[in-house]
Design a protein around this ligand. Structure first.
Ligand code: PMP
Length: 361
């Protein structure tokens, strides 16, 4: 069992705002024969070819990795039709988020993002010494881009747009995003966090690829953790203007991207492997749409879902519903007083979810 321990007091002078931060939560482990649907992970184990590439790279771990992950940047640059310096690889996109926030923000500066959104944002902003400006989501659980543009002040340095939004699943439309970009001053950095882009099937949604090169202040963030099933090795990437990426290179902890991670990502991008991985993504997107439709039929007000997860607005009943799911072997991510995020995972988990949730609506 995971028990929360009281922090041990210390006389050492630490930053009080850091000591006050809640630790990053990972959710409880799934029971045997249960389903871990709390971290939006890919339910399939790695392809044999990817596993072999990772194992081969492990044979050279007495050496440091290539600090710039050049081979992976070359492959990605090719894919997106950009220069190799317009791609930055990081130890997961959460690491890249931290690098960009640190590159742009000094104490007193502001970071605007929607709320509720990805739980890591507030902590990363605080670590940078900056201030979070959280703009409430609309009633449909999507970003209120107009209100976000209005929240920009002279102190704003970064605006984070998360599409599809974690944990609510709602994407931003391409049209809405372009209108938003037209309102944001060009000297403020916009991070478009697209951790779940590959799962998007709604054609009106923004998918950053089409925006590359169009804005001097826009950086796209992508990850191999979700669609490509590599959450455990930690690798993600950013695409954007060179001077902004150079600044974020400077704020990285050196050598954070391992050779094992790079090898896994390169193997996942091999055409035959990628085709198989993207078939899995197709299956997950279809499973998500079927799950959401069935939940809506049951009476659940599940918002539009374009990631590999669905949002149950359980409000005050959140703990009760999460407990009932746990008793049935499903670990989901509960946000007390607000809702529950359930990852779209193994096929067999869908029946369990529908059976338990039917009685709770
Ligand atoms: N952005 C969003 C919106 C996420 O949900 C996550 C993972 N939960 C990340 C970034 C970070 O992913 P990673 O660091 O594994 O690339």
């Amino acid at each position: 069992a995971v028990t929360a321990s009281e922090p041990t007091p210390t006389q050492v002078r630490l930053r009080p705002e850091i000591a006050a931060l809640p630790p990053y939560r990972q959710g409880r482990p799934a029971p045997a024969d249960g389903f871990k649907l709390s971290s939006n992970e890919n339910p399939w184990p790695p392809l044999e070819a990817v596993r072999r590439a990772v194992a081969d790279a492990a044979g050279e771990v007495n050496r440091y990795p290539d600090a710039t992950a050049l081979s992976l940047r070359e492959r990605l640059a090719d894919r997106y039709g950009v220069g190799v310096d317009e791609v930055l690889v990081g130890a997961g996109s959460v690491s890249l988020l931290a690098q960009f926030i640190l590159a742009a923000c000094a104490p007193g500066d502001e970071v605007v993002y929607s709320w509720r959104s990805f739980e890591a944002y507030p902590g990363l902003v605080t670590v940078a010494g900056a201030t979070s400006v959280q703009v409430p989501n609309r009633a449909d659980h999507g970003h209120d881009l107009d209100a976000m543009a209005e929240a920009v002040t002279e102190h704003t340095r970064v605006i984070i747009v998360c599409s599809p939004n974690n944990p609510t699943g709602v994407p931003v439309t391409a049209e809405g995003f372009e209108r938003f970009m037209a309102r944001v001053p060009e000297d403020r950095l916009v991070l478009l966090d697209e951790a779940y882009a590959e799962f998007v099937r709604d054609e009106a949604s923004v998918v950053g690829g089409s925006l590359i090169g169009r804005y001097p202040n826009l950086v796209l963030l992508r990850t191999f953790s979700k669609a490509y099933g590599l959450a455990g090795v930690r690798v993600g990437y950013a695409i954007g203007p060179v001077p902004i990426l150079d600044a974020a290179r400077t704020t990285a902890i050196p050598l954070g991207v391992t050779a094992v991670a790079t090898a896994g990502a390169l193997a996942a991008l091999e055409p035959a492997n990628e085709a198989e991985l993207l078939q899995r993504v197709d299956a997950l997107a279809a499973r998500r749409d079927a799950l959401r439709a069935a939940l809506v039929d049951q009476g659940w007000a599940v918002p539009a879902a374009q990631g590999n997860f669905v949002w149950l607005p359980t409000g005050e009943r959140t703990a009760e519903v999460a407990d009932r799911l746990f008793e049935a072997g499903v670990v989901a991510r509960a946000f007390p007083g607000d809702g529950i995020r359930v990852s779209v995972g193994e096929e067999a988990s869908v029946d369990v979810l529908l059976r338990v949730l039917k009685g709770l609506v």
